[in-house]
Structure formats: C-alpha cells, structure tokens
Design a protein around this ligand. Structure first.
Ligand SMILES: Cc1cc2nc3c(=O)[nH]c(=O)nc-3n(C[C@H](O)[C@H](O)[C@H](O)COP(=O)(O)OP(=O)(O)OC[C@H]3O[C@@H](n4cnc5c(N)ncnc54)[C@H](O)[C@@H]3O)c2cc1C
Length: 439
C-alpha cells in the first residue's frame, strides 16, 4: 500500500473532543486574525502549519526554528549505508514560507502561558499567540551514560539528531581502517524511532561488507526485545553474518552501556564487558526538547497529552506533539508526528471557528531497509480509549512484516517507503537543497 497525497491529508481528518481550549478567550480572533505560534520546524511543526494554512489562509501562522535548514533523521541510515546523499535529506524553509507561513529563525527560550507569549533568544519583544503548539522533538540525555557528554559526542557520535551528527558518523565510517571495530549502543524504551538502531545496524553492516570487509559491528542493547525483531534478526543472519554481532540484554547479561571513554574508544557494559572501538556510535537515552521542560509541560522525560487532540495534560490550551509527547503505544516517528499534526490543526481550526469536533484518529507506519531494496514495515491505527479511567491511545489493526517474505514483497515495501518519503518531504518542505557541501 503506497501512501498517497490523499492519505497524507487523510490523516488530518480526525480531531479532538471539546476541551478547555474551546472555553478560552480568543483575542486576535476577535480582531479577525488568530495567531498560531509553533515551536519547532521539524515534521510535527511544519505539518501543523501547512495544514492550518491550507485550511484557512487568513490565519497568522508562525514557526520558531533556530536552524536555517532541516536535515531529516528519516533515511539518514540509508545515507550511512550509501543509498542516499546527504543533500537529498536536507531542506530549506523556502517552500514553507511560500505558503504564507512566517518562519522566525530563532530559538524559543521561554513560554508565558498566562500572558500568552513566547520569549525568543535574539528578539527583544516576546511573540504573542492565541494558540500555541510545542513541537521541539528530543534532547539527548548525555548523562545517561557515564563518560558521555556533548564533547564526547564529537568523537563518539550519537547521530540521533539530524544534520551534523549524521555527517560526522558517516565521515568516521569512511575513514575507518579496514578491520577497525565499530560499537553501537542502544537505549531502553522509549526513544526516537524504535526500529532505527537496527536499520542502522543493517546499513552499517552493508557499508562494512562492501567497503571495509575486515571490520565488524558489535551492538549492545539495553533491551531484550525490539521492534520488528524477527525480520532484523533474519536479515542479520542472512546478509551480515560475522559482520554484525547483536547482544540483547537478558536475565544473565545486561548489555546496557554503563560507561564510555572517548579518549580511548572504550565502551563498557553494565556487566563489565569491555570493547575498544575504533568508532563508537553511542545512542543515549532521550527526553523532550528542553523548552517543554521550561514551560512545565513535562512529567519525567516526556510531555503527557490528551489523546483526543494532543493538548497538554499539564498546561491548559497548549498543544504538544511529535517526539516530545508521551503518547503511550504510539512510537516516536515522523509518520506519527504528521498524523498527530492533522488532528492538532483540525482541533485548532474547530476551536477558532466554534465548529464541533470529533476525537482524533491516528496512524503509524515505520519502514526499515534491511538490505538493498529490501524493506520491512510495522504499523497500526490508533484511537483514543480509556483504561481504568486513564485515557490512552489504543492500537487498532496492527501489521508487521514477517520473516521469509518474498524478495518481490520486500522490494514493493522498499518502493512504498521511498514513495512515502518523497511525497511527504515534497508536501512539507518542497525540493531538497541544491549542492551537497561535499558530503
Ligand atoms: C536514525 C533515525 C531514523 C529514523 N527513521 C524514521 C523513519 O524511517 N520513519 C519515521 O517516520 N521516522 C523516523 N525517524 C524518527 C523521526 O526522525 C522523528 O520521529 C521526527 O523527526 C519527529 O518529528 P518532530 O517534529 O517531533 O521532531 P524534529 O524533527 O526533531 O523537529 C523538532 C524541531 O524543533 C526545533 N527546536 C527544538 N527546540 C526548539 C526551541 N526551543 N525553539 C525553536 N525550535 C526548537 C529543532 O531544531 C527541530 O528542528 C528516525 C529517527 C532516527 C534518529
């Protein structure tokens, strides 16, 4: 099933039940032009803005985003494997601006939910809003691994934030000696893109097999099970035997990483297994982007939300979506972020116009490339439900690729994934940037 343009917008059809947001005063609306401020110009933020503008051109929609260009994490593993260029993942905000959306190149430093303003890093005047959407993605919890830090990440890249880190990991792969050991560490759930580390293991496996055949990748995972496990294990056995060694934590061994030393390349697991890596890819634990914490939207590491419409469960009248949100069974993926964005945008539109709303429905599909033109997928629809009085998102009609599928089916799944990526990026960001900066 290829994801079509119609389906992309189709994700936006559902919207939330009436909430406190609908009861609040609407100052700019009274003045004729409601102001929506969106923090974060990633998948979630740009999808909300695009949907709002498409539905109501007179809305005043502003995205606050410090980066001049957006490089996707999606398909960054394929870049590591040699199947995509860095350029094809990097987009400017020109197409977003051309839709009449204001993009402020700045960082949101603080939110005053009483005054309804966002303080910016550089501008002296705070940005007023009528509706606020917070979509800052993730921050890396550097202190979740002893010895790891932002400085250590320049030597042992995590490459779990898009852009320079991905490029750094690729550069280190390219300069790795043939025979050099690569070590990857994988955190416990929840984290951005549950199948991402194993797609990366396959893509690094492919790179080593074809470019550095004497090298090896050792993976230490803090978990005992993982997303699309059967398919990944089959692929590793079939294509990367002797190249990729996967160590899952079980009742005997705890392969969660305990500490690293960037000066020596040493990686030590909780049970004391030591490896000296020529290249270490440390993927630490994560949390919602820092602005969410400063605004009081976080409970623990993530932002709890009302599953009907992704308004914050902690602060009235603020939407939180994408990876920053705590959305139970919904994995942290670009696909879910866009699906949530449709619901958020429709909720804002209904709220502003006073029209009735229906509860949101959501969808996810995560594709992973395991070998050339061989991809697997997992996904489900989600609907708001309640367990013991606690609202949550219930998976409906889940699906998953199985081991032993035909080469043709896997190729179709790969093509489906490529069609989704190209359609989505075109809908949200337009064409990738020309030039490649030598990457
Ligand atoms: C290796 C890898 C592979 C992946 N592959 C897939 C895949 O195949 N399919 C899929 O669906 N998903 C995939 N993902 C997951 C996907 O990248 C994320 O789920 C998605 O980017 C989440 O979107 P978001 O908008 O919430 O966050 P982001 O895309 O991270 O966007 C957040 C934006 O907010 C900005 N921001 C942060 N703080 C502030 C602030 N204070 N002020 C202003 N702006 C701020 C950031 O600069 C950033 O641009 C992958 C992830 C990784 C790491």
């Amino acid at each position: 099933m290829a994801v079509t343009r119609r389906q992309f917008h189709g994700f936006a059809l559902g919207a939330g039940a009436l909430t406190a947001a609908s009861m609040l005063p609407k100052p700019s609306q009274a003045a004729g032009r409601a102001k929506v401020v969106i923090i974060g110009g990633g998948f979630a933020g740009v999808a909300v803005a695009t949907r709002l503008k498409a539905a109501n051109a007179s809305l005043d929609v502003t995205i606050v985003e410090p980066k001049q260009t957006y490089t996707t994490c999606v398909y960054s593993n394929l870049y590591l494997g040699g199947f995509r260029s860095f350029k094809s993942l990097t987009h400017s905000y020109a197409a977003v601006k051309a839709r009449g959306i204001t993009v402020v190149s700045d960082i949101a430093k603080d939110i005053d939910t009483k005054a309804r303003t966002v303080t910016l890093g550089n501008a002296s005047n705070p940005l007023p809003y009528d509706r606020l959407v917070v979509a800052p993605g993730i921050d890396i919890k550097y202190d979740s691994v002893i010895g790891y830090s932002q400085a250590a990440a320049e030597i042992m890249p995590h490459a779990w934030l898009s852009g320079p880190q991905t490029w750094l990991l690729k550069k280190k792969l390219l300069t790795l000696s043939n025979g050099g050991l690569v070590v990857m560490t994988v955190p416990n759930n929840p984290y951005r893109c549950p199948p991402g580390p194993y797609e990366r293991a396959c893509m690094i496996g492919h790179f080593l097999k074809t470019r550095k055949p004497k090298s090896k990748l050792i993976v230490f995972d803090a978990k005992s099970t993982f997303s699309k496990q059967a398919v990944f294990e089959e692929a590793i056995a079939e294509y990367y035997k002797g190249i990729v060694e996967l160590n899952l934590t079980n009742e005997i061994d705890d392969f969660a990483v305990d500490r690293v030393d960037a000066s020596t390349g040493e990686v030590v697991t909780k049970t004391g297994r030591k490896e000296r890596a020529a290249l270490a890819n440390i993927i630490p634990a994560q949390r919602a982007g820092a602005i969410a914490g400063r605004a009081g939207l976080m409970d623990g590491d993530w932002c709890p939300v009302n599953p009907h419409n992704f308004t914050s469960a902690l602060i009235k009248d603020v939407y939180v979506l994408g990876d920053a949100a705590k959305s139970a069974d919904m994995p942290k993926s670009a696909f879910t972020a866009i699906s949530q964005a449709g619901v958020v945008a429709d909720d804002i539109l209904a709220d502003i116009s006073g029209k009735p709303r229906v509860p949101g429905t959501y969808r996810n599909t995560c594709w992973s490339m395991v070998a050339p033109e061989n991809s697997a997928k997992i996904g489900a629809d989600y609907k708001p439900a309640s367990k013991d009085g606690t609202p949550y998102l219930e998976p409906v009609a889940p699906f998953i690729s199985a081991p032993g599928e035909s080469a043709q089916l896997r190729r179709d799944t790969f093509l489906e994934s490529a069609a989704w990526y190209d359609t989505t990026m075109n809908e949200l960001y337009g064409s990738p940037l020309p030039g490649d900066g030598g990457r």
